[in-house]
Ligand binder design. Structure first.
Ligand code: SF4
Length: 381
């Protein structure tokens, strides 16, 4: 298949791996954070870490949209369904994320909540049109990739004069999260892994372009290479990062030129700016409160804002004490560092958010057996 098969060529991957091994400085370590869950998934699925020299380490970042959703936000969606009688619609993975009191949206559905899985924001708008007697809320999550479709349905609902549709907006922004990983006060508590460069997101960058990363690369002296989600994309990005580190550069480079431009999708960016404005602060699971890192609906479209329509008030809720998602989302720990990984916590019974989506670091490690050596050691003790 064009644009897929040629980016999964094993012989080429070996060649790039050999080039990386040739070019790395054996006297130093290289630590590169893949921000995005799509890259985490690719690294686990294709065994990319095994192709890299021992002193080139990939560090998982917080770019899995389901993983960073804090418990308190899911509680709000459950409250809408169970206490306020709204029909709540969201993407499939969101429904399985653990919330307070042993609930999740799926479990709330079993208690009688009208909770629907949808494939798109447009599906949620369609349900509102088909059910004019019901209040329909789209629980909108994700990075800049899923934000434009949410903006579009809000604009469409306004143009159609729909009175029974609103959005619980939990869209988050990528560049502030990357910055926060390096400089937040919380980093002093959990610690930070020294990071030499970032593999930048693929789909997010199709929307926002490469420009928003430039101030970050300059201010923090960290190279960024935007990469696609296929294994050769990731390998090539690592080689480009190694070369930047070796030559003392900290630039934004674009490996994913077949889809990402410097300016991004200007129509999508304009639409997002019309419908949304930045929140002063937003809680991320694992990162805590991150300033100017999320979006809310502009006053002009306030009637479509579920927080205002239903008078919702956000309350932060602490994660399960056994769960290490916070440290994993910062790259400080690996999934296998969690004592309940693969035993109490599995994709069928996720205790933390990183085990829910295939983009979550714990789910990716579980699905592709990156824990088997540990399990064997544990069994033999
Ligand atoms: S294995 Fe489960 S409980 Fe442990 S860090 Fe991952 S998601 Fe959290």
């Amino acid at each position: 298949m064009k644009y897929i098969d040629e980016f999964r060529d094993g012989a080429l991957a070996q060649k790039i791996a050999a080039r990386i091994a040739q070019e790395v400085d054996p006297q130093r370590d290289y630590r590169f954070m893949e921000f995005c869950g799509g890259h985490t998934h690719a690294i686990a699925r294709y065994g990319i870490a095994d192709l890299l020299p021992a002193h080139v380490r990939m560090v998982h970042g917080p770019g899995c949209p389901v993983c960073v959703l804090p418990i308190g936000r899911i509680d709000l969606a459950i409250q809408l369904a169970l206490a306020q009688g709204a029909m709540v619609c969201s993407y499939g993975d969101t429904l399985r994320v653990p919330a307070s009191d042993g609930l999740s949206l799926v479990k709330a559905k079993a208690r009688g909540g009208d909770i629907r899985m949808v494939y798109s924001a447009a599906d949620a708008l369609g349900l509102a049109r088909q059910n004019p007697q019901r209040q329909v809320v789209f629980f909108a999550i994700g990075f800049e990739t899923t934000t434009p479709p949410t903006a579009l349905v809000i604009r469409d609902a306004e143009r159609a004069g729909l009175e029974n549709f609103s959005v619980l907006c939990c869209h988050v922004l990528t560049p502030p999260a990357i910055t926060h990983i390096l400089e937040s006060p919380e980093a002093r508590d959990i610690g930070v892994v020294p990071i030499d460069g970032f593999v930048g997101p693929a789909h997010v960058s199709i929307v926002i372009g490469t420009e928003p990363y430039a101030p970050f690369a300059k201010a923090y002296d960290k190279p960024v290479v935007i990469a696609g989600f296929e294994p050769l994309d990731v390998m090539q990005a690592v080689l480009m990062l190694v070369r930047q580190v070796n030559t003392g550069r900290a630039e934004v480079e674009n490996e994913f030129t077949r889809a990402v431009s410097r300016q991004g999708n200007t129509n999508a960016i304009a639409l997002m700016a019309e419908i949304f404005e930045p929140r002063s602060s937003f809680e991320w699971r694992g990162l805590g409160e991150v300033p100017v890192s999320a979006l809310k609906i502009r006053p002009r479209y306030a009637k479509f804002d579920a927080e205002q329509r239903f008078g919702l008030h956000y309350k932060p809720v602490a994660d399960n004490k056994a769960c290490e998602c916070g440290a994993i989302l910062r790259g400080v720990k690996q999934p296998t560092d969690c004592k309940i990984f693969g035993t109490v916590c599995t994709p069928e019974n996720p205790v933390g958010s990183c085990m829910v989506s295939s983009e979550g670091a714990c789910a990716a490690h579980y699905a592709y057996g990156r824990f088997k050596d540990i399990a064997i050691v544990a069994d033999s003790v």
